[in-house]
Design a binder for this molecule. Structure first.
Ligand code: AMP
Ligand code: ZN
Length: 110
C-alpha cells in the first residue's frame, strides 16, 4: 500500500468509491472518464506499478483479474456483444496511473 497512490486508496477503502465487486485480492469499479459505454477497472489490492513489475508470485493475481473481468462482462451484459481487456504499460503505452489495472471496455453497438 502506497499512501499517495489513488488506486491503493480506493482498493483499501480509504477513498470512497462505488465498488461493483470486491474480494480479498482485488476490486472492480467504473472508470471515472469512460472510453466506452461500459468501462470498468479491475484493480488488485497489492500495489504493483505495471505489467513490467510483475513477478512469478503475481501470476495468480493476473489469472484472477481475467476471471473476474469475464464475470463482470457477463454481469454488465457485454459478454455476448464482446469487449476488450487492456493493460496500458508505462507512459508510452498510455498508462497514467502507476498501479496495475485491467480495463474492461465494451457495450458498443454491433
Ligand atoms: P491508464 O491510462 O491505463 O493509467 O488508466 C487510468 C484510468 O483510471 C483512466 O481511464 C482514468 O479515467 C481512470 N481513473 C482515474 N482516477 C479515477 C478514479 N478516481 N476513479 C475511477 N477511475 C479513475
Ligand atoms: Zn497503489
Amino acid at each position: 500500500m502506497e499512501n499517495d497512490c489513488i488506486f491503493c486508496n480506493i482498493a483499501s477503502g480509504k477513498t470512497g468509491a462505488d465498488l461493483l465487486f470486491e474480494d480479498e485480492t482485488l476490486v472492480v469499479f467504473k472508470d471515472i472518464k469512460p472510453h466506452a459505454p461500459t468501462h470498468l477497472l479491475i484493480v488488485p489490492k497489492k500495489h504493483i506499478r505495471s505489467v513490467n513489475d510483475l513477478t512469478a508470485e503475481d501470476q495468480g493475481i493476473i489469472g484472477h483479474m481475467i476471471m473476474v473481468a469475464k464475470e463482470a462482462a457477463k454481469r454488465e451484459s457485454v459478454n455476448e456483444s464482446g469487449y476488450k481487456l487492456l493493460f496500458n504499460v508505462e507512459r508510452g503505452g498510455g498508462q497514467v496511473i502507476f498501479h496495475l489495472h485491467l480495463h474492461l471496455l465494451g457495450g458498443w453497438e454491433r
